[in-house]
Design a protein around this ligand. Structure first.
Ligand code: NDP
Length: 252
């Protein structure tokens, strides 16, 4: 499948997990991909694997909470590949705690990384997409946007992502830019493994509990989110904008 032949994508937080799976899939379908991450070595490793598989990718080390770094990330991508068609705002963190124990710094870090970063990346990317009259933006929300004990910061940020997505679909639609979000349930990644460790559980035990609460009876894999992101980033979803698509095995 070469859905993305001639297209250029930025995927943030692409050193591992859902971001890495998305970068691989977009590249396998013909996109040239800027693999962005806070971790330069992780970004380089993802890009190198894509190139080894015959794809086109370049690693860009950037902190997506830093406006100057975000501008530089977009400039570097356009310098390398001449255009920018797809932006996947995937970088995210958790700093879980009950309200009464949550330090202000953990509230700020989670809002900044999961929500403000998307504002910054969209603002930088639209400078290229609006004149081109083409763009696909896919933002990572979460099932936690509906409320999740111990995640007041993350739930607020991910609910904010849905509001941002609906609003930018209104603002950018006239320029033929689609803006959508995906809201994964429990996906087996380093993020959920770290959550397991924090509550004194192994990744396997934690996943087993999550699977029991999921109608499909198992947790999700990064590739199963990547395929939905790729759909929303493709012209197959040309008339879909402003939506949040839950990828959660039917879990509530
Ligand atoms: P991972 O922790 O596996 O990967 C996230 C990546 O984002 C890491 O490589 C991390 O780098 C990078 N990152 C963090 N902060 C920044 C930053 N400021 N600038 C650039 N890169 C950054 O996460 P997942 O793959 O599990 O999650 C991906 C997205 O999906 C996130 O937005 C997450 O909130 C969302 N999501 C995940 C779910 C899950 O169950 N896994 C469920 C619902 C939503 P480093 O390691 O160096 O910090």
């Amino acid at each position: 499948m070469t859905h993305f032949a001639g297209r250029v994508a930025i995927v943030t937080g692409a050193a591992q997990g859902i971001g890495a799976a998305t970068a691989h899939l977009l590249a396998a379908r013909g996109a040239r991909v800027a693999v962005v991450d806070l971790d330069p070595e992780g970004a380089a490793a993802t890009a190198a694997r894509i190139v080894a598989e015959g794809g086109a990718a370049t690693a860009v080390a950037a902190d997506v909470t830093d406006a100057d770094a975000v501008e530089a990330m977009v400039a570097r991508t356009v310098q390398e590949y001449g255009q920018l068609d797809i932006l996947v705002n995937n970088a995210g963190i958790t700093r879980d705690n009950m309200l009464f124990k949550m330090p202000r710094a953990d509230w700020d870090a989670v809002l900044s990384t999961n929500l403000t970063s998307i504002f910054l990346c969209c603002q930088a990317a639209q400078k290229v997409m609006v004149p081109a009259r083409y763009g696909k933006i896919v933002n990572l929300s979460s099932r936690s946007a509906l409320g999740n004990r111990g995640q007041v910061n993350y739930a607020a940020a991910k609910a904010g992502v849905q509001g941002l997505t609906a609003t930018l679909a209104l603002e950018l639609g006239p320029f033929q830019i689609n803006v959508n979000a995906v809201a994964p349930g429990y996906i087996a990644t380093a993020m959920t493994a770290a959550t397991a460790a924090r509550v004194g559980s192994t990744a396997q035990e934690h996943q087993k509990l999550a699977a029991e609460r999921t109608p499909l009876g198992r947790v999700g894999q990064p590739a199963e989110v990547a395929s939905v992101i790729a759909f929303l980033a493709s012209d197959d979803a040309a008339y879909v904008s402003g939506q949040t698509l839950y990828v959660n095995g039917g879990a509530r």
